[in-house]
Design a protein. Structure first.
Length: 67
C-alpha cells in the first residue's frame, strides 16, 4: 500500500490553514487532525504560496462540476 502522497499533504495543509481563518472558504475543520509532523514538514515550504493556495481552496469549495 502506498503512503499518502506529498500532494495530499499539501492540499490538507492548505485546507487546514483556511479553516483557521475567520472567513474560511472551505470550512474543513477536520483537516488539522490529519496533519502530522510529516505533513507539516511537507507543507511548510508552500505556506507562502498565496495564489496557488487560494486556487486550491477555491477548487475545494466549488467541487466537481456536474452536467
Amino acid at each position: 500500500m502506498n503512503t499518502i502522497s506529498n500532494t495530499a499533504w499539501y492540499c490538507c495543509g492548505v485546507r487546514m490553514e483556511d479553516a483557521e481563518r475567520k472567513k474560511s472558504v472551505c470550512k474543513d475543520y477536520y483537516a488539522k487532525r490529519f496533519m502530522d509532523e510529516k505533513g507539516m514538514k511537507i507543507f511548510e515550504p508552500f505556506k507562502s504560496e498565496t495564489m496557488p493556495n487560494i486556487s486550491n481552496i477555491t477548487r475545494c469549495r466549488v467541487g466537481p462540476f456536474r452536467a
